[in-house]
Design a protein around this ligand. Sequence first.
Ligand code: B1M
Length: 215
Amino acid sequence: MERYEEIAEHVQNGYSEKARKAVEAALSEGCSPERILKEGLIAGMDVVAAKFKSGQMFLPEVLAVAGAMKAGMELVKPLLVAAKHQSLGKVVLGTVRGDMHDIGKNLVAIMLQGAGFDVVDLGTDVRVEKFLEAVEREHPDVVGMSALLTTTMVHMKTVIEALKQRELRTRVKVIIGGAPISRNFATEIGADGYARDAATAVDLVKELMNHAQQQ
Ligand code: B1M
């Protein structure tokens, strides 16, 4: 079996230790961290997402899967996050209130850091006040919000409204993402952009920052 498939299979089975060892082996054999992430870790998670949706997998198993995914991500993260001397800008990131999903948000953070941005990760279940405090404290160029639940995506609008009320909205660009999010939703709530995946999020942040500099 190819290494990437092996990693994907350990993620699907929720075997953290085996996933970690397979990633270590892949790296020592010279496999690229990008392919390990995409064809191993994310490929495994994609299968799980489909099984969870169709009722073939249940919450405790998915929790174990998340653990295996994280164990693998910890090893590839430092390799994807190249040490850049000059920062391209600062992004405050968080998963919105009531939402504990952080795998996608963490990937966005890794990709942004890899591209040369400073990332302030506020974690999961981030309340409006915490986003506002971070904007006042960190002076980011961009605020990024992630939501995976249809019940929590509504909090994105609350954050945008609160930024307006606190007169902070014009200071930052706001981008959003996550499985239930769409471009239409972003427009509807007044975000500056939507990204369907982590790589697109990097392009979007670059585009928004270029646009802001030209103004
Ligand atoms: Co949850 N869960 N979950 N879950 N879970 C979903 C989201 C769900 C779609 C599963 C399903 O099909 N039914 C469903 C939501 C249904 C809905 O709202 N319509 C669901 C549910 C219902 C729940 C619970 C309510 C279950 C329960 O308790 N009964 C519960 C909620 C807990 C809570 O948050 N309060 C719950 C819990 C969990 C676990 C804890 C077990 C675990 C999360 C572990 C963790 O994150 N640490 C989990 C998981 C793993 C999933 C699925 C299977 C996979 C999510 C994932 O990590 N995908 C998910 C099924 C699915 O998404 N189809 C599901 C891999 C990841 C790389 O992709 O997160 O989409 P994703 O991120 C992508 C893009 O979306 C984008 O880029 C990322 C990388 O390319 N992106 C951004 C994400 N954020 C972005 C931000 C950006 C830009 C792009 O800019 C800022």
